[in-house]
Design a protein around this ligand. Structure first.
Ligand SMILES: [Fe+2]
Length: 362
């Protein structure tokens, strides 16, 4: 019986519409954007995805130089350009970095000041400018989450922003917008979504609602990720992966994540390992660490199945394959031990536990 208090919130309206990006102008108007500012990155512009959207929008300006890892300075620059263009809302086209950078830019655009001053949980005092997101990857879940993770390049640290005001007003899911993603990125972002699903099932804040979404996402990813990796033009597979990513995002933004994300954050911050790749390597070891015989929602052979899925998607299985040396493991464990993701890990993980996890995955 569910006897534990819980709350569940997804402030974002989710619209699934194959080919919908070509009508982004109408969708932007639905959330009150009359003078849209477009945010994307160069790669997306090169493969024509930005044109597909901007052709239908009367954009007043754009920023197409979001780096692969969003940072504070870029967000402040975007906010300044938005003011200069007299924009009244944001259309973000991209993956996690673009979406998080758009969230950061929106904070400064709306509330002013330095972005770093707004970091933390529940710091934002009011609504932000209207914000439409069109994801081009399927994994981060950032299109429905209330968080943004952005790098402070001067202090070499990652800052976290969390507020219900940070959520997009509308997420437009169009499978065609993810179909030019290369196999490696498809695999890595897909395993990020899998990690969100599995970790939210194991998290201390899990509820029947997050479990429903997470179990659905997990089943879809097992079934469709290899197909999306194998043939990027398989729009059925792309569509299912978008649902799964969004479902897993809605789950973990309410349930929390855990030890696998703590390790992945350390690998990203100290050794620049891609977030999805880091999660994929650590996931079987993290599940094994958190394994609980009384957990009915995970298949009993989960540890092996997750490792097999990563292998089938041609992802690395060990930390040594992504440039980590044995001498790095202590520092990684120290960083992970201070990571906020551990708050929702049901089993307490000490620095020694984390070191053992990294050693097992090495
Ligand atoms: Fe993640």
């Amino acid at each position: 019986m569910q006897d534990k208090y819980f709350e569940f919130l997804v402030p974002t309206r989710v619209v699934f519409q194959p080919g919908g990006a070509a009508q982004a102008g109408d969708v932007a108007a639905r959330v009150g954007i009359r003078r849209p500012f477009l945010i994307a990155d160069r790669i997306l512009a090169q493969v024509g995805l930005v044109d597909r959207v901007s052709g239908t929008l009367n954009i007043v300006g754009s920023f197409l130089d979001v780096p692969s890892d969003g940072d504070l300075a870029t967000c402040e620059k975007i906010a300044q350009q938005m003011k200069g263009a007299d924009a009244d809302g944001i259309v973000a086209v991209g993956g996690g970095s673009v979406i998080d950078s758009a969230k950061g830019a929106n904070i400064v655009f709306t509330h002013g000041g330095r972005l770093a001053d707004h970091q933390g949980v529940g710091v934002l005092q009011g609504k932000l400018a209207p914000f439409l997101v069109i994801p081009t990857t399927a994994g981060t879940g950032s299109e429905v989450t209330r968080v943004a993770a952005l790098k402070d390049l001067e202090q070499h640290r990652k800052l976290f922003f969390e507020s219900e005001y940070l959520a997009a007003d509308l997420a437009l899911l169009d499978p065609e917008m993810t179909s030019s993603m290369p196999p490696k990125l498809t695999a890595a972002t897909g395993m990020d979504a899998m990690t969100h699903a599995v970790e939210s099932i194991l998290a201390s804040n899990a509820s029947p609602l997050t479990d429903s979404l997470a179990v659905y996402a997990m089943q879809m990813i097992y079934a469709w990720l290899p197909k999306a990796v194998q043939n990027g033009r398989d729009l059925e597979a792309r569509g299912h992966m978008l649902f799964a990513s969004t479902a897993a995002g809605a789950a973990f933004s309410n349930a929390g994540v855990g030890v696998v994300h703590a390790c992945a954050h350390a690998l990203g911050a100290l050794k620049n390992v891609h977030h999805g790749v880091a999660n994929s390597i650590m996931l079987p070891f993290g599940v094994s660490f958190n394994w609980n015989e009384s957990q009915p929602l995970l298949p009993p052979d989960s540890v092996q199945r997750l490792a097999n899925l990563a292998k089938e998607c041609s992802l690395p299985q060990r930390l040594r394959e992504v440039g980590i040396r044995e001498s790095d493991l202590e520092a990684l464990a120290e960083y992970a031990a201070g990571d906020g993701a551990l708050i929702y890990n049901r089993r307490e993980a000490t620095q020694d536990d984390l070191l053992e996890l990294f050693r097992n995955a090495y």
